[in-house]
Design a protein around this ligand. Structure first.
Ligand code: ZN
Length: 551
């Protein structure tokens, strides 16, 4: 439990109307601030994020600046989605003075509100309860309202609408084009200027289509054109992910990534990708469970981030993403994996290295490598496309996702994580990497397990990492020596292959019970893991990006 403290943070003058002619009266407002606000803030290490903009010709440099401005507007729109009771909460925040004032305001910005995104939206400022539906829905939803929303009647379940009450109190869906008309107007203006500046036809076409999407609340066409971007600028802008809507997951939250692409590095990764069918045929499962047609033509891009905004800017920072989410676009064109290299490097320096220095035996520290962290992230993403997807259970055509239901994400993330090194070792056998990759991958992977478990085992990625850690401890591949951990790099490849195999076999069979057994046995917070995490108190949890370019 986090301790909190009541602080007198403000005095507000309240004028009381009084027929007897009395004057003003001072009233004291009490707003709670989490006692450990400084620690919470310090968990995020402010980190300068830079990208080499010299590679951009003047035209693209100008376009980039306009896109950063458009991204700034997306941030404003996101905050409107995330923060209900905005007037009341901001007024209270404005009254905070004293030693905690700067910390609470900075932490408010990180979380886009008074709720801590790292701790299940528990309030760190005030006592407003976080509404699960953020500001997407009215706050006074009745059981009947919830039933309406559940059914999606009157288009209330659309991705691109805010739900409000009309004059009669009836729930109504207001399209983003209407609700965010002001933000869309300004963002479109900047996008038009960027489109005029760039000489890249694919970016021009995408931005024109995106402006149209903002007008008609239909992002299909702009999503298709986003897949075709082929210039030095990589940009995501608009309503994208639905996690912020914790009530139904219907509503898309605004965010932006403005990035500079690295075509040479993307080319190198394209070679890796061409090996996916070969890797699929070499999976440690029976041939009939393999799916050599599964690998799509999805492009992979390596970029350096210049600016981020909105949903992705809050809380934990993204190191890679796979978009678009629209299945129709995925069927037509696949999806694009984008790896944010400078963010990964920053996390390696600020988080992974200190974790390793705290928890890994000193004689293995020399094998920690930024390249291995990057490769693991890359192959994690690629591994999602390997192994059973569509399956047949008792003659019934189904999908792993449908059979595994609530445990799907944790098991699938464990698969992708474990298969990452498996792929890298296979690729080493083919001559893609030097022999030193075995030591580097093993030790960097070990430090990475602790990094991810810190996000909490209640969350799929955290549970997935607990599975791997406890499994490898059980196999004797990870051992503890006076509070520090050693990974047996020679035994690691075979052990990780056996974990990959166990997961793939249960996925191919759609065997929910087997998945549940694995999650129950290994996915928990073992004592050894809890002790390790306790030792990480005070080590940076995430970066707080500060970008060289400002909107
Ligand atoms: Zn994943």
């Amino acid at each position: 439990m986090r301790r909190t403290l009541w602080l007198i943070v403000a005095t507000t003058t309240v004028l009381l109307a009084c027929v007897a002619g009395c004057g003003g009266k001072e009233e004291t407002a009490m707003v709670r601030i989490a006692e450990d606000i400084d620690t919470r803030l310090a968990d995020y290490a402010e980190t300068r994020i830079t990208a080499n903009l010299d590679v951009l010709p003047a035209s693209e440099r100008e376009a980039l600046d306009w896109l950063v401005k458009a991204a700034g507007v997306m941030h404003e729109a996101f905050v409107r989605q995330a923060l209900p009771m905005s007037g009341e909460i901001r007024a209270a925040l404005a009254t905070v003075h004293g030693p905690d004032a700067d910390a609470v305001r900075a932490y408010f910005d990180i979380n886009a509100g008074p709720w801590d995104r790292r701790f299940h939206h528990e309030p760190f400022f005030g006592d407003w309860a976080h509404p699960e539906g953020a500001n997407f829905y009215p706050l006074d939803l009745s059981e009947a309202d919830l039933a309406v929303l559940e059914s999606g009647a009157d288009d209330t379940n659309g991705l691109y609408s805010m739900i409000r009450r009309d004059n009669h109190g009836v729930l109504t869906a207001i399209p983003y084009s209407e609700f965010f008309a002001d933000e869309y107007g300004r963002a479109t203006d900047y996008m038009d200027k960027a489109a005029a500046a760039t000489t890249n036809e694919s970016l021009k076409a995408f931005l024109a289509a995106l402006a149209e999407s903002f007008r008609n609340d239909d992002f299909f066409q702009s999503d298709l054109l986003w897949m075709d971007l082929d210039g030095l600028i990589e940009v995501v802008l608009g309503p994208i992910e639905t996690y912020e809507d914790g009530l139904f997951g219907y509503k898309a939250a605004f965010e932006a990534f403005v990035c500079v692409a690295d075509p040479a590095e993307s080319e190198r990764l394209a070679k890796f990708k061409s090996e996916l069918p070969w890797l699929e045929t070499n999976l440690p499962i029976p041939d009939e469970d393999k799916n050599p047609n599964r690998g799509s033509d999805s492009p992979i891009r390596v970029v350096d981030v210049v600016y981020t905004a909105g949903d992705t800017r809050t809380g934990i920072q993204t190191i890679a993403f796979n978009l678009p989410n629209d299945e129709r676009v995925r069927e037509a064109k696949g999806s694009k994996k984008v790896l944010l290299r400078n963010i990964m490097t920053a996390k390696f320096d600020q988080i992974l290295t200190p974790i390793a220095e705290t928890l890994v035996v000193s004689d293995q520290l020399e094998h920690i490598a930024a390249e291995s962290f990057f490769l693991h992230t890359l192959w994690h993403e690629m591994s999602h496309g390997l192994g059973p997807g569509r399956i047949v259970v008792d003659g019934r055509a189904t999908e792993v996702r449908l059979e595994f239901k609530d445990i799907y994400s944790a098991i699938e993330e464990a698969k992708a994580d474990a298969m990452g090194p498996w792929c890298i070792f296979k690729m080493q056998e083919k001559g893609y990497f030097p022999e030193s990759i075995y030591q580097q991958q093993a030790v960097t992977y070990l430090a990475g397990l602790f990094r991810s478990v810190r996000f909490g085992i209640a969350e799929a990625h955290g549970a997935a990492n607990a599975i791997q850690f406890n499994y490898l401890v059980d196999k004797g591949v990870i051992t503890v020596e006076e509070g520090r951990f050693r990974i047996d790099a020679e035994a690691f490849p075979a052990a990780i292959e056996s974990l990959v195999q166990e997961i793939l076999v249960m996925q191919a069979a759609g065997d929910y019970e087997a998945g549940k057994t694995m999650l129950d046995r290994f996915g928990g917070m073992s004592d050894i893991l809890a002790d390790a995490l306790a030792a990480l108190d005070g080590v940076t949890v995430d970066i707080l990006p500060s970008y060289a370019v400002a909107h």
